[in-house]
Design a protein around this ligand. Structure first.
Ligand SMILES: C[S@@+](CC[C@H](N)C(=O)[O-])C[C@H]1O[C@@H](n2cnc3c(N)ncnc32)[C@H](O)[C@@H]1O
Length: 352
């Protein structure tokens, strides 16, 4: 854990355990005010047969089209709950690695869609504030090429701001209006993948970071599909000035492991309404993730520690990694991807 800056609050091990207990419950659940804001926003759009749109997104190999308010509201209802939970776990992981939380968090969410990142951050900072007895504030900028997504996002954020217990500011822009700005945390969630037509994570992220020189930390979340997952693993080697700090630090080695995590979650009525026959899939959520930083050291790996990166095999073994060096280890039953294990497979540190 590095020193705690003056404008930040120490994130103690006890507080981390308390927050993890809520954020990573099983099955996972949305905070009550996020859920209400999300369901009310979806209901406002009165989309007729939203699952027809989802059928189209599933059936065609073409880039998903979120160009209409109906499509954007359907995305919010069908995929928003899962996204909120992925953002929360990933940002919790970043704060845990850093060992502190900035009092005034400033975030640019690129490919924000309907601004579910705002919902996740308000919920997480409110929870952290309660547990730590501190006040946090959030300044959030959504960037997206779809105006419809930004409009639905504004409606969602207005509802959240009406009820929020923390100070927030919200802004949005299209990618062409992106200008150097004060945000220090960049988040990209479910943007650099085949369905979005963005096949080269390194190229997109490098170009983006050149336009945002104030960014110090980057959180990338992607679906657990093979191509983006493997790219995330070696992305650190392609970014100047940034190190790959977690959950599996690659220390500049060009790794291509297919690593992802999954969790179970409640299925909400907005998901059933928007997803139709695809709704049962919303009970399980898989994702890949990587954290990069200009200023923070990578996750500490002492002695013979390894990070679990593969899925458990029938033999009880899984691939683990230590700065690019792989080892297959028989794991204790409770170990999951991204936990830190000892050479004999015991969990030394949970993720996040
Ligand atoms: C699957 S949605 C993800 C939304 C949100 N981040 C989430 O995790 O739920 C992907 C979003 O990225 C946007 N997007 C994809 N490529 C983009 C690009 N090159 N520039 C700006 N926005 C982009 C799309 O318009 C869409 O709203």
């Amino acid at each position: 854990m590095s020193g705690v800056p003056e404008d930040a609050v120490a994130f103690t091990a006890e507080a981390q355990a308390a927050v993890r207990g809520t954020v990573c419950s099983s099955p996972r659940e949305l905070g009550g005010s996020v859920l209400r804001a999300l369901e009310d926003t979806v209901a406002d759009y009165k989309v007729v047969e939203p699952s027809r749109l989802v059928d189209k997104w599933y059936r065609t190999a073409a880039v998903a089209d979120y160009g209409s308010p109906d499509a954007a509201a359907t995305y919010l209802g069908g995929y928003g709950p899962r996204s909120v939970l992925k953002y929360e776990e990933s940002i919790l992981g970043l704060f845990s690695l850093k060992g502190f939380i900035p009092r005034a968090l400033s975030v640019v969410d690129f490919g924000a869609g309907p601004s579910v990142g705002f919902a996740a951050l308000v919920d997480l900072l409110t929870l952290l504030g309660g547990i730590l007895g501190q006040e946090f504030s959030l300044s959030y900028r959504a960037v997206d090429r779809s105006r419809a997504m930004l409009a639905v996002g504004r409606a969602l954020c207005n509802r959240i701001m009406e009820r929020a217990d923390i100070r927030t500011t919200y802004d949005s822009s299209e990618p062409n209006d992106l200008h150097p700005s004060p945000e220090t945390l960049l988040v990209l969630a479910n943007v650099m993948n085949e369905s979005e037509g963005n096949l080269e994570c390194g190229t997109l992220l490098r170009a983006l970071l050149q336009r945002l020189p104030g960014v110090q930390d980057v959180v990338v979340i992607e679906p657990a599909t093979e191509q983006p997952s493997r790219q995330l693993c070696g992305l650190g080697a392609r970014l100047e000035h940034f190190s790959h700090i977690g959950p599996c630090p690659s220390s500049g080695s060009a790794c291509t492991e297919w690593s992802f995590r999954d969790f179970t979650k409640r299925v909400y009525s907005c998901e059933r309404y928007c997803l139709g026959k695809w709704a049962p899939a919303a009970a399980r959520c898989k994702f890949s993730m990587a954290l990069f930083s200009k200023v923070h050291a990578e996750r500490k790996l002492a002695g013979d520690d390894h990070v679990v990166v593969g899925q458990r095999l029938g033999t009880g073994q899984a691939v683990t990694c230590r700065r690019g060096e792989k080892r297959v280890i028989r794991l204790a039953p409770e170990a999951q991807p991204w936990d830190l294990v000892t050479a004999d497979g015991r969990v030394k540190e949970w993720w996040p």
